[in-house]
Design a protein around this ligand. Structure first.
Ligand code: SAM
Length: 213
């Protein structure tokens, strides 16, 4: 990305933060938060507009429920709450990030379309997948066995309560764990960064939906 594009992008992201009066932009090693470990790495938010670019407004109805696994300071929770979702959920391991997300939501709730926002402080492995979730967001929050377990639990939830499920995956490092189940089709790929290159998961956002039938 050229220095000018980088500057434009940074200013655009800051304007969003100003407009909402929130703080979500930062890169933090999880070691600094005391929660580093195998299968997880860092906090860095997805770009504002990621949902706008991957989730058409008309595809979301009042029965839909959104969840961000590893929701950090809540940027994607805020973005999702601008859609007519029935409920928006964020699950975050770090106390500090969860608390910032809570403050961000408290500041903006009145301006959001969906007001039923549930921020959960905890490990995704201890969080039971609700059987009404229909749109799932991952911004490369964890890898390996943790990611595989969450995908298995999502499919168990679909088996308990059959419904179409959509996954939006920003930097899809563990895409093979989704496609390897044989239960999802990849339906969309967008580049969210100029440095997106074929063969690398970084710089791409991909959308998957459960297969019909
Ligand atoms: C790359 S950040 C993404 C933040 C947010 N989704 C966004 O795009 O703005 C990944 C987040 O996942 C969280 N995380 C990592 N492992 C987790 C786990 N086992 N349970 C819950 N959250 C986790 C991290 O603390 C971090 O905030």
């Amino acid at each position: 990305m050229s220095p000018l594009s980088r500057l434009r992008r940074a200013v655009g992201q800051l304007l969003f933060e100003r407009r909402y009066g929130v703080r979500t932009a930062e890169l933090i090693e999880l070691g600094e938060l005391g929660i580093d470990g195998e299968n997880r790495g860092y906090y860095v938010p997805a770009s504002w507009r990621t949902l706008r670019r991957t989730l058409p407004r008309r595809s979301v109805g009042e029965r839909d429920v959104f969840i961000d696994f590893g929701s950090g300071m809540g940027r994607m929770v805020l973005e999702a709450a601008r859609y007519p979702f029935r409920k928006v959920i964020g699950v975050e391991l770090s106390d500090r990030l969860h608390e910032i997300a809570r403050q961000n939501v408290a500041r903006t709730r009145q301006r959001l379309r969906c007001r039923d926002i549930d921020l959960v402080r905890g490990d995704v492995l201890e969080y039971p997948v609700p059987d009404d979730v229909t749109v799932v967001f991952f911004n490369n929050p964890f890898q390996g066995a943790v990611f595989t377990t969450v995908i298995e639990r999502l499919l168990e939830s679909v088996d308990r309560n059959p419904r179409p499920l959509k996954i939006i995956y920003y930097n899809p490092v563990e895409e093979a764990a989704i496609l390897g189940t044989g239960r999802f089709d990849r339906v969309r790929t967008i580049a969210h960064a100029r440095q997106a290159r074929a063969g690398s998961p970084f710089g791409w956002t991909r959308v998957y939906t459960t297969k019909l039938g």
